[in-house]
Design a protein around this ligand. Structure first.
Ligand code: NAD
Length: 345
């Protein structure tokens, strides 16, 4: 397939780009190169004849029209988004402009292209979203694809808005869409403002390890390469018009997760004292969701997908990657807002 991937210089998008090219797909990586982007993430495939890069902004409809016309993609995987909840609390406007209006622009550009092509049934618009659109859970239960949307942060509300647009473009115009809602990802190339890289890198520098509130908020964790694999599977085999929840079946409280990372670092890079001594509880995030959990029955039973690594294996691989790739993460620490406490409202 010739796949137009948006946000392919970001964390998850770059994992999808690397995997898609390695499987022989032709990939056009469309990315605006915001603070969260890094072309080193796609360096392993950048010289492949199957790979092209276009710096463009999904808020710019004419740029999108030109790229669709020039490349004539068979499918779109739409990952470009503003993705950091704390930044959405401080500055929600960009989230609405990119995540809602940008998705609208992508849908319109894809629909025009699909109409010109004669509305092929084989075309796919795959929208990549988050489990955060469902809001928060109590101590029990899991999100299914039928759970009502109840987003609590500007980020999750903007993603929920984009999901609704995608569904509507299928129902109203017949655009062949698939949609996925995934739990928290982690792994190599994770931008160092998100929890897991922050903990690894602060620990290595002997800085406090910030844990929001009491640390008992629970998330489901999925290794990013497993997510990329699930996304390509849904693109190829998913039923048109359907959404799929993707999860790692790895629920952990933030505190448990941080302690596991500390244990791995104690083994791989022992310091004078256990790294867990650096754990520091900080003021909670406003509107912080208590628990997310994914019921992955649909993707497992319909498409036969399961995660391939446990959270312990994935965290060990991730810590090793950060230990071996200081050249990648060190320059990121100077980027706008990285290392500051954001989103206190
Ligand atoms: P990221 O912030 O690492 O990457 C986002 C990419 O989108 C960046 O390369 C950025 O430059 C690009 N981008 C941002 N605004 C753009 C614009 N206006 N035009 C073009 N490109 C733009 O994000 P991520 O963590 O890789 O997430 C990718 C997608 O997956 C997002 O849609 C996110 O909502 C979704 N998602 C993320 C997670 C997670 O745990 N990180 C979980 C589920 C779903």
């Amino acid at each position: 397939m010739k796949i137009l991937i948006t946000g392919g210089a970001g964390f998850i998008g770059s994992a999808v780009v690397r995997l898609a090219v390695s499987r022989g797909h032709e990939v056009i990586n469309l990315d605006a190169m915001t603070y969260a982007a890094c072309l080193a993430n796609v360096a392993p495939v950048a010289d492949s004849p199957l790979y092209s890069f276009e710096q463009a902004d999904i808020r710019d409809p004419s740029a999108l029209a030109e790229i669709f016309a020039r490349y004539q993609p068979d499918a779109v995987m739409h990952l470009a988004a503003e993705s950091h909840v704390d930044r959405s609390i401080d500055g929600p406007r960009t989230f609405i402009e990119t995540n809602v209006m940008g998705t609208f622009n992508m849908l319109e550009a894809a629909r025009d292209h699909w109409n010109v092509q004669g509305r092929p049934e084989t075309f796919r618009f795959h929208h990549i979203s988050t489990d955060e659109v469902y809001g928060t859970l109590g101590a029990t239960g899991q999100f299914t694809e039928d759970t009502p949307y109840k987003p609590n942060s500007p980020y999750s509300a903007s993603k929920a808005g984009s999901d609704h647009l995608v569904r509507a473009w299928h129902e109203t115009y017949g655009l062949p869409i698939v949609l996925t809602n995934c739990s928290n990802n982690y792994g190599p190339y994770h931008f160092p403002e998100k929890l897991i890289p922050v903990i690894i890198l602060n620990a290595l520098e002997g800085k406090p390890l910030p844990v929001y509130g009491d640390g008992l908020n629970v998330r489901d964790w999925l290794y990013v390469e497993d997510h990329a694999d699930a996304l390509l599977l849904v693109l190829e085999k998913g039923t048109i018009g359907r959404s799929y929840n993707i999860g790692g079946e790895n629920e952990r409280s933030n505190l448990e997760l941080v302690r596991t990372i500390c244990d791995i670092l104690d083994r791989l890079r022992p310091g004078a004292a256990p790294y867990a001594d650096l754990i520091s509880f900080v003021k909670d995030r406003p509107g912080h969701d208590a628990r997310y959990a994914i019921d992955p029955t649909r993707i497992r039973e319909e498409l036969g997908w399961r995660p391939s690594v446990t959270v312990e294996e994935g965290l060990e691989r991730t810590v090793c990657w950060y230990l071996e790739n200081e050249d990648w993460w060190r320059p990121m620490l100077g980027r706008h807002g990285v290392g500051e406490r954001l989103g206190k409202a």
